[in-house]
Design a protein around this ligand. Structure first.
Ligand SMILES: Nc1ncnc2c1ncn2[C@@H]1O[C@H](COP(=O)(O)OP(=O)(O)OP(=O)(O)O)[C@@H](O)[C@H]1O
Length: 317
């Protein structure tokens, strides 16, 4: 695979994923490849929350790692991810280090493992703020901890003294404290009770409303419906549908988006038919979803300016 040489300049503080493909090599001979993303295009725009949804293993986290320049060694990529003039897929580690934190912030899955076990929350936060030239005064940090319902004493605690949900909220607070232009939040509410999850979602919404871009990776369609502006539905490494919350999560056009909604408790928890598709050496010429449900399909495209569909069943008008 080759990397495209086009260098679109993106709007300040936004990220443009253009036909991004990611293949992760598996050990063994002959070499087999996980097609974690296949020609994914989407924009992360200041002021907007973009939710990326889809079942487990469809490539959401790999996309997040690609944005942060953290893909595993031996991964092959094509397309581009532009942050300003920088292509995050090909940038050097030195350039990426200058962008991470203040430019691009990651709220990773498994938050607890990302906290330094021998430093208190307060000292880790102060160090991160100082490293990015932000004021290290405790007031702003305390306000964020308050917003996330973390007790004031959290600042003096070590990671092992935090519950899983507290550690997750601390990671959210640490990331947002740097005021990154673009936040990538990978299932930031997975360890939280519904009430606390809402606080985290509200903090991300506030961050977007303050003029930043947010990418929210989530399995929680109800949360996506509440806080997102745009929803990107992924299946087996491909975008199936992307557009505003309504229609995508209210009156979806793609069969896979409908299947996700049918699996919600409010819709009777109807499971998607068939078995999840394998991402290892798939046939790139066929649609994994329509193969799964045994229906031939044809490529679709733009439904209108901001709503796009990968395909529709053949003969569908
Ligand atoms: N380091 C790796 N080596 C090999 N395969 C990997 C690696 N990381 C991810 N994968 C594979 O890439 C695919 C996409 O994984 P990814 O973690 O992005 O899924 P996801 O949509 O985030 O899932 P979840 O919702 O469960 O977090 C999966 O098939 C996964 O097994």
């Amino acid at each position: 695979m080759t990397t495209t040489t086009a260098m679109p300049t993106t709007m300040l503080g936004s990220v443009r994923l253009d036909e991004v493909s990611i293949r992760i090599g598996l050990p063994g001979s002959p070499r087999r490849w996980v097609h974690a993303a296949e020609r994914v295009s989407l924009d992360l725009v200041p002021g907007r929350v973009t939710a990326v949804v889809g079942e487990s293993g469809c490539g959401k986290s790999v996309l997040a790692l690609a944005l942060m320049g953290l893909l595993p060694a031996g991964t092959i990529t094509a397309g581009s991810i532009h942050y300003g003039d920088v292509d995050l897929l090909t940038a050097s580690e030195r350039v990426l280090q200058g962008i991470r934190g203040g430019g691009l912030g990651l709220i990773p899955q498994s938050a607890a493992t990302h906290l330094n076990p021998v430093r208190t929350v307060g000292s880790t936060m102060a160090e991160a703020l100082a490293a990015h030239g932000r004021p290290t005064g405790a007031d702003g940090v305390r306000a964020l901890l308050d917003e996330l319902a973390l007790p004031a004493g959290t600042i003096d605690r070590y990671p092992h003294e935090l519950s899983g949900g507290m550690a997750q909220r601390v990671l959210v607070a640490m990331t947002l404290a740097l005021r990154p232009a673009v936040v990538v939040a990978d299932e930031p509410t997975s360890a939280l009770d519904p009430g606390t999850a809402r606080l985290v979602l509200a903090a991300l919404r506030n961050h977007a409303d303050a003029g930043h871009a947010v990418m929210l990776i989530t399995h929680d369609l109800v949360a996506a419906r509440e806080v997102a502006d745009t929803v990107a539905v992924m299946y087996a490494g491909r975008l199936m549908e992307i557009g505003p919350v309504d229609p995508v999560l209210v009156r979806p056009r793609h069969g896979y988006s409908r299947a996700l909604l049918d699996a919600l408790p409010e819709n009777g928890m109807t499971p998607a038919p068939g078995l999840p598709s394998s991402l290892v050496d798939p046939d790139p010429s066929v649609c994994a979803w329509h193969t799964r449900v045994g229906v031939p399909c044809v490529p679709a495209g733009r439904v209108d300016d901001d709503h796009w569909l990968a395909c529709v069943p053949a003969g569908w008008s």
